[in-house]
Design a protein around this ligand. Structure first.
Ligand code: ATP
Ligand code: MG
Length: 573
């Protein structure tokens, strides 16, 4: 009954590609064969510390750290911290925790783009001296207007032909904070008629008198992403700089800076980002959910952040398995959420300790059982793992079963309890229902009066007679109360970033994404900790909540149901 029937059909094409090398592995193997970069493979994972990592980042982490592992190379962790107004030290710490949790280690290869601010400044000065960068006084709006469109070329800035001396003087004065924020920028002098908008004299530096979490008040100019990223890659000797497809159009600029400066030629490769149906993977929007209180924080168990998923009970193994399965390609697509749940169930099935918990209790009085007797019965902790051993579960005259496991007028195929019927109480006894006690006013069933067959102790048939159903139960006096949080998807739209005109992604928030119930759970759970996954038998996988649970108040998060009921429901809609 507890066996998992969760075989998600995987077509042969998909499993074929799993064994083939993906295009980045092909590039690396070709480079190695040609003896490029002295046979080195050096990647990096470059998060901006402006939010928590989400499931999409996991793909980039698995890819970058995975390639380094596979080819005996290195992977740097580099914080891309060039925007002090949005970045915080809290994010740096949480990002590190999440990467370690996924199972990767960057050793002492921890860097910050801000470590290179002096070098980046010097590189910018070199471009000015070579006549390849200039200080521009146009406002932000004017720069946008002058840039032109995809159909029309841009116009040269009136400041484009300043002399090297003037540019050097102005850039140094920008650095010393002589001008107000936003009044001047440094731009690369490339080509205002380029078909690629990124090449139309992109901004390299902007003025911003903001406190930086690492460099303090030293700087009031900050380098832009494009000028920082490739140069940081080059400074670190990164051989394969892997990013998502939206940066494809930035590659000519990435290469332009490196070529003009004649620095180490890191190469950029783009792959398709991971998108999951019903999941929001934009840090900016996740931040909005947190700031506006739609969720309880970055680590709310409904969030697609790694910290939220960890708290909910997802395992790093299941997330890495998903990333592996999805593969590395060049076309953006949306992956079904069920695929992640499939890997999660597979993993939890191996690891979770089985326990009994009743979410919607119905009282059962066993009329032929002695009043004060409490028996300890042996229960298996994990049928998938003998080494998990057994525990004892108390049994007594009054127990709780699930309300759903009883029907007063059951249809043919209902194999659980009904008047005059016999079922097996898991690990305990055969139980027969003799009487249904109802509330006289409401007609609601209040309790059942049943008898057990004393000869069936342990749940074994005394005479070969069979029962069709086995149900779980807890002993009323010994059971603990636990708050159980049942989660559903946070969004009702499979692609919550794509909304119709006049709507925002918030219009698709699922207002029913969390339900709390008070369950009766077996007493062994008194010592449950968030480190251990549990399966409430016949129900779902659960995890102790790492924030709200305490010895006086047990709180469980439902990680994932045993069967994919959500997928079935969504298909029906
Ligand atoms: P977001 O789109 O959520 O704001 P981001 O790209 O701005 O993400 P970064 O901190 O810059 O966030 O991301 C670090 C790395 O993770 C980058 O190399 C980025 O390409 C990669 N990454 C971000 N989102 C995804 C995703 N959904 N799938 C794969 N890689 C991703
Ligand atoms: Mg980014």
């Amino acid at each position: 009954m507890n066996k998992q029937k969760d075989s998600l059909s995987t077509d042969s094409k998909e499993s074929e590609t799993q064994h083939k090398r993906h295009f980045i592995q092909e590039v690396i193997e070709k480079d190695l064969a040609e003896g490029k970069n002295d046979g080195r493979v050096h990647t990096r994972f470059p998060p901006e510390p402006n939010g928590y990592l989400h499931i999409g980042h996991a793909k980039s982490i698995c890819l970058n750290f995975g390639l380094a592992e596979q080819y005996g190379g290195k992977c740097n962790l580099r914080f891309d911290d060039t925007n002090p107004s949005k970045e915080e030290i809290e994010y740096v710490q949480e990002i590190k925790k999440d990467i370690r949790w996924l199972g990767f280690d960057w050793g002492d290869h921890e860097f910050f783009a801000s470590d290179y601010f002096d070098q980046l400044f010097d590189l910018a000065v070199r471009l000015i001296k070579d006549g390849k960068a200039y200080v521009c006084d146009l406002t932000g709006n004017e720069i946008r207007e002058y840039r032109g469109t995809l159909k029309e070329p841009g116009k040269d800035s009136p400041y484009r032909n300043r002399t090297v001396e003037e540019n050097l003087d102005l850039f140094n004065r920008m650095k010393s904070g002589e001008f107000p924020d936003g009044s001047r920028v440094l731009r690369a002098k490339i080509d205002m008629a380029s078909p690629n908008l990124n090449m139309r004299d992109p901004v390299m530096y902007r003025m911003l008198k903001a406190h930086h979490h690492r460099t303090g008040d030293k700087w009031c100019i900050y380098p832009m992403y494009d000028f920082t990223h490739g140069q940081s890659d080059s400074i670190e000797g990164i051989t394969h700089s892997i990013c998502t497809l939206e940066f494809e159009d930035h590659r000519p600029l990435y290469n332009w800076y490196i070529e003009q400066l004649g620095i180490f030629p890191s190469k950029q490769y783009e792959f398709a980002r991971l998108n999951l149906a019903y999941v929001m993977t934009s840090k900016r929007k996740l931040l909005q959910l947190v700031q506006e209180g739609h969720v309880e924080g970055w680590d709310d168990p409904r969030m697609p952040t790694l910290s939220g998923m960890r708290r909910r009970g997802y395992t790093p193994e299941s997330i890495c398995a998903l990333c592996e399965k999805v593969g590395v390609g060049k076309t953006n697509s949306v992956v079904e959420f069920q695929l992640l749940e499939h890997f999660l169930r597979e993993d939890l099935n191996k690891k979770a300790l089985r326990v009994m918990a009743v979410l919607n209790p119905l009282r059962v009085v066993i009329t032929n059982y002695p009043e004060d007797q409490v028996e300890e019965l042996e229960a298996v902790n994990n049928p998938e793992d003998e080494s998990a051993g057994t525990r004892s579960v108390p049994f007594s005259k009054v127990i709780y079963i699930e309300r759903d496991d009883f029907m007063e007028d059951p249809p043919k195929k209902f194999f659980r309890l009904g008047p005059g019927r016999e079922v097996r109480l898991r690990y305990a006894y055969f139980l027969t229902c003799n009487e249904v006690i109802k509330n006289e006013a409401t007609g609601e069933i209040e309790e059942l009066h049943c008898t057990i067959d004393p000869a069936s102790r342990g749940g074994n048939s005394p005479d070969g007679r069979k029962v069709k159903g086995t149900i779980h139960w807890v002993s009323a006096d010994q059971a603990l109360d636990a708050e159980v949080r049942l989660y559903e998807q946070l969004f009702t739209n499979p692609n919550p970033s794509k909304v119709k005109e006049g709507e925002t992604f918030l219009d698709y928030l699922n207002t029913d994404s969390m339900k709390k119930v008070t369950a009766k759970v077996e007493p062994s759970l008194r010592d449950a900790t968030p480190e251990v996954p549990y399966q409430f038998e016949r129900n779902a996988y659960y995890r102790v909540d790492s924030c709200d649970s305490s010895p006086d108040r047990l709180v469980f998060n439902r990680t994932v149901t045993l069967r994919d009921s959500w997928a079935k429901i969504s298909k029906k809609k």
